[in-house]
Design a binder for this molecule. Structure first.
Ligand code: SF4
Length: 230
């Protein structure tokens, strides 16, 4: 079974295993981990207000408090990273927390570059995004900048096969949210590895979301949903 953690999902059983071994962390964190993957919670801002978003119901995941008391500086994030980068052999770093990483594009880029400079072993860097990055950062060459900073892959939350469903589920804070996601995928797919995801829930027509991904010519992944009230 899986649980929604903002744009991502993670195994419920895995969370329980991690929780068992980890004391409850009260201080808010920008860096957290699940097994051999590091996650970066660089912002709590988001241009969506998805009804399933875990931050509406929980303080964090796996004993880590992801409710930031203030938006962290690059120095704070890299200091937290520095403390754990060599703790184990990480296979992937994922920008994924209680917010949309491209809300703080320059922080995202600088932290990715810092990781590439300070971690010698092969390591994938992924951004889990709502796909609004071009709208949030007008005039920027987003996909190319992500690639240049060392990011390999983006996982894009689509969650719908049409604009109306997207608006109901993800509640974007501006007009054109659905089109912005499609535009992001179109622009990014020739530069980065791109996958499109959708959460399995009654409101989502998975086959329509999958058809949208196929039309875009990118991989599609379904994320199983369980309510947070377990
Ligand atoms: S897009 Fe924003 S509101 Fe939706 S799940 Fe991700 S962080 Fe939460």
């Amino acid at each position: 079974m899986y649980i929604i953690t903002c744009h991502a999902t993670t195994s419920f059983a895995r969370l329980r295993r991690v929780n068992k071994n980890m004391p409850k962390e009260e201080k808010s964190k920008t860096v957290y981990w699940l097994e051999n993957k590091l996650y970066l919670n660089i912002t709590n801002q988001c241009s969506n207000c998805c009804f399933f978003c875990l931050k509406r119901y929980k303080r964090g995941v796996a004993g880590f408090n992801l409710k930031l008391s203030k938006e962290p500086s690059i120095a704070q994030i890299t200091a937290e990273l520095d403390a754990v980068l060599n703790m184990r052999s990480w296979v992937e770093v994922v920008f994924c927390g209680f917010g949309e990483p491209t809300e703080r594009l320059d922080v995202l880029l600088d932290v990715a570059k810092w990781i590439r400079q300070h971690y010698g072993r092969p390591l994938k860097i992924r951004v889990n995004t709502n796909g609004h990055g071009y709208l949030l950062n007008p005039g920027r060459d987003l996909a190319a900048e992500l690639k240049a900073a060392g990011i390999d892959k983006v996982s894009v939350s689509l969650n719908a096969g049409d604009k109306e469903t997207y608006s109901e589920i993800c509640k974007p804070t501006f007009e054109g949210g659905y089109e912005a996601v499609l535009d992001f995928v179109q622009k990014a797919k020739s530069i980065l590895q791109v996958e499109v995801t959708a959460v399995r829930m009654p409101e989502v027509d998975i086959s329509k979301a999958q058809a949208a991904a196929e039309e875009l010519g990118v991989k599609f992944r379904v994320r199983e949903y369980i309510p947070c009230f377990y």
